[in-house]
Write a protein that binds this ligand. Sequence first.
Ligand SMILES: [Zn+2]
Length: 308
Amino acid sequence: MSKKAKLPSSFKKLEDYFVDKISPLLDAKTIQILLVRQTHDFTVLRTEESRELNTVVVPENIESSKPTVKVAFLASKQKAVESRMFSRLLKTVKEHDCYLKDNLCMNCPRCALFGAVNTGGGRDYNIRHRVEYSTAFSIEKYEDLLETLTFNAIDEADQTTGQALNMTHNVRPLANFPSIITLTSVTWQEFSLLLKTLLASKSYGAETRVKGDVRNIILGIVGGYEEVLTSLEYSLELTADWEEDLPKTTEKILEKYKGLAATRGNITILTAEETAALIEAVQDMELDESFAKSMFDQVDDFVKVAKG
Ligand SMILES: [Zn+2]
């Protein structure tokens, strides 16, 4: 049986946007996953150097250009967690050695999808990433999300509680970040494992000891030979229409941006119902050694070509 034959029926509508083989030469086959990342705990969204939350001034929503301060959930923060989870899910069912970031094997499905740079040691190729993240902007205004928590500093030496109060700036629970992940020239197995990764990842933020709970809610999927919309556009659109049914609203937004595409005829939008059915099929897909092996086989073929 060919790999194509095993394509789940709910994936059929996206068939034209998957590749059979991973190739170093990318084509334009693009799939975008639209989701909302919702905080379920106090979450620290900041860069390491500063104690402040990452903020940005953007228009209030798609209909109002009034400058508004929103919280930014940086692409690098999303990617770091999901790249690790993608790898961890695979490692659970099939043992292999690949360590972020210092000892990438350049030989596993994680390296093949998220990319890897040759760090010497006789490997003569780099792997270009085929998954792209972008900054997610909050639906809510910064002033409505900021929660400053104070705690007594602990003396490292004797573990006693000192007098000094420390402060952290957090995003409060139930903040919403519309987000888009863009995949280029991927196999259906890579797409499936990335969706499983999104559903499984629930811990984000800057602190290593205290990580904020986050749930990823997948709302829409679109295929094309180009990117259909940006994460900022999605956030501004959803902010204007937040009270509505989110999967239906997402479908409507996708229809609007299909109208702006370079080649409209090449764009395929999954309906809200089709998206839900596809997600269920991914949830029911076994994550076992044979699934992992099919992904490793694809990478082996790719590495042969990449090495020439
Ligand atoms: Zn690897």
